[in-house]
Design a binder for this molecule. Structure first.
Ligand SMILES: Nc1ncnc2c1ncn2[C@@H]1O[C@H](COP(=O)(O)OP(=O)(O)OP(=O)(O)O)[C@@H](O)[C@H]1O
Ligand SMILES: [Mg+2]
Length: 326
């Protein structure tokens, strides 16, 4: 494939700043923090790819520590002709950075969001054990690792580097396959486009100006608050109908754009049927969302709602299977 194909022309948006329309713009300072000392060196070695080596350049100018990782993580999407440019870093989160990309014309999307997971060594891992309970491990193809696959099961058990890579891939694939299922079911989630080893590509919420606010930064009119609360409950219930609980649902993981909500950030998605903590995880999701909507004037009782949802969709946990214990 010719190199020119990957070359991205420049636009006005130089991507130098992480952005946030929601009022927390950090002018001139990248939101993604630079790993210090050894970590920084290791990261550079890990990524080890300049834009020249990667075969494409981007409008967004990544920091040196970020460049190789970013380009190698997104290269697949260039190769597959899904994106033509990286325009800006939208936000650096705890576990991933999200970038605004120019969609290739064949995607029909002028903008796409690429969520690039941090190398596992530098991820600020949330305590994910609770979420992994009752979940099979997913391969890069989105298939469950079989308990009979001894090589993988041994690596997982011994927590070798390979085993950790398998977990990392599984974490990402849970996010991607959940988006696929929920988008197909009509949930308010970004449309998934592709998954690569270390990144997912999805519909972009917002326009070229910057990051849209998450719900926590938004004040709603009373009528709008009621309607958006109903929309939140519709999505929680839709997830339960598919045996899923978000697991980290809060006004920080719900984007608000043009009067509509979009639920994001699904890697910790939990099975309502097989996770022994499912009921508590559901209750916490509902409580956090109710706390926000109460503040916005909606009369709601989190306990009543989650009890009702659990009564209708909850399943008593079954004994753990071998592949669920890793
Ligand atoms: N599809 C999208 N369209 C537009 N912006 C997005 C999209 N997905 C994520 N973002 C932006 O990136 C931010 C981080 O995304 P996300 O919550 O999925 O990652 P994270 O690493 O888990 O972040 P955090 O640790 O802050 O929860 C979001 O708050 C939002 O501003
Ligand atoms: Mg988040």
């Amino acid at each position: 494939m010719p190199k020119e194909r990957y070359y991205a022309g420049s636009t006005e948006d130089d991507g130098a700043d992480a952005e946030d329309i929601g009022g927390r713009r950090r002018g001139g300072q990248r939101v993604g923090q630079r790993p210090k000392g050894d970590a920084g060196r290791l990261l550079a070695e890990l990524a080890g790819m300049t834009d020249q080596e990667a075969g494409f350049t981007t409008t967004y100018t990544p920091a040196r520590f970020e460049e190789g990782w970013l380009l190698s993580s997104l290269r697949f999407f260039y190769d597959q002709q899904m994106i033509t440019d990286v325009l800006a870093q939208v936000k650096g989160g705890k576990e991933a950075n999200v970038y605004r990309c120019a969609g290739h014309v064949t995607t029909g999307q002028p903008l796409l969001a690429a969520k690039v997971y941090r190398p596992r060594q530098f991820r600020n891992l949330r305590n994910d054990k609770m979420y992994r309970e009752g979940r099979v491990v997913l391969t890069a193809e989105g298939r469950a690792v079989k308990a009979t696959d001894q090589r993988i099961m041994r690596a997982l058990g011994k927590k070798t580097a390979f085993g950790e890579q398998v977990q990392h891939t599984s974490w990402l694939m849970y996010e991607y396959t959940t988006l696929e299922r929920l988008y197909a079911a009509g949930a308010a989630v970004p449309r998934p486009f592709a998954a690569a080893e270390n990144a997912i590509l999805m519909g972009y919420v917002g326009d070229a100006r910057g990051a849209v606010p998450a719900l926590h930064a938004v004040s709603l009119e009373p009528a709008e608050a009621g309607a958006l609360f109903e929309e939140t409950l519709r999505n929680i219930e839709l997830m339960l109908q598919h045996g899923l609980i978000h697991g980290d649902l809060s006004p920080y993981n719900v984007l608000y754009w043009e009067g509509r909500l979009t639920l994001i950030d699904f890697p910790q998605v939990t099975s309502s049927a097989t996770n022994p903590h499912a009921r508590d995880i559901l209750a916490r999701d509902v409580t956090r969302m109710c706390a926000y909507f109460q503040r916005e004037g909606v009369d709601c009782d989190a306990e009543e709602i989650s009890d009702d949802l659990w009564a209708r969709y909850g399943v008593e946990p079954e004994p753990l299977q071998i592949e669920e214990m890793v």
